[in-house]
Design a protein around this ligand. Sequence first.
Ligand SMILES: [Zn+2]
Ligand SMILES: [Zn+2]
Length: 310
Amino acid sequence: MFRYERPQAGRYRQFHQLNLEAIGEVHPALDAEVIGVLLELFRRLDLAQRLTLSLNSIGDAACRPAYRDKLVAYLRQHAGALCEECRERTERNPLRVLDCKKPDCQEVLDTAPSILDALCRDCAEHFSRVRQYLDAMGLTYHVAPRLVRGFDYYVRTTFELLTGELGAQNAVAGGGRYDGLVKLLGGPPDPAIGFAVGMERVVSLLPSDSHEAGALALLIPLGDEALVRLLPVALAVRSRGRAVELAYGARKLRNELDRANRLKVPYVVILGEQELLKGEALIREMGSGTQRSVPLAGLEGELMALPVAR
Ligand SMILES: [Zn+2]
Ligand SMILES: [Zn+2]
């Protein structure tokens, strides 16, 4: 993704998003499911406990215009206490004023009319059912009546996943319903809901060692025949989730052991002429220098069973 406007602090001009869009269903259970997928993603990344889900409904074309008028009237009354940007937004995009983090504006907003009091019956019913389904799934959230989206095509369910750890740029994901957008772009009147996750922000929350895990072993064939035997082992072990490095059999053992030290691998596997004849391979633990022979046919299993030193 590329940002057109000048990036604020903590934002990048070029960045990556992970998106989910669920198109074609208006039922509030879909809203709850989509939020469930988002939370499950972060649970698997072991980040769920450090994030909170904010949830709101921003109404629809039936009820939002009346709320907007009410909000504008209130904001005009308190224009003197608002920052310049909020005074300008009051006329241009009043819902966005609810986003302002400046303390003076926050004070005004604390007593501003709430969108949740202005929802029409259908929107209120939708929101209460989304909450009911989230509760049924045991998913926790807090209702944030000032959570809004910047674009008019968003309706009803709106949510953000927030962290207290990244300063002012505290949303790692955001989403909502956009029932009118597909039609607006010339398509059928399909309802839809989705979210976007800011990948750079997620990465910055992950522990730094989680994307620097080194290889488990360097596989050292001595000669091309040994290489042919080790290639499929490397492929199999990698496909089962363990990282291994493979030498190509062209260099001397001493050079490859030097390389193993540079790579800081805890193990090397040596397959020389003698081992090939016996149908065995040597597994050497680099720290202690101890080594043992294992049947070549069982090498994949042996590599998968090696303890990973931390
Ligand atoms: Zn403001
Ligand atoms: Zn409504």
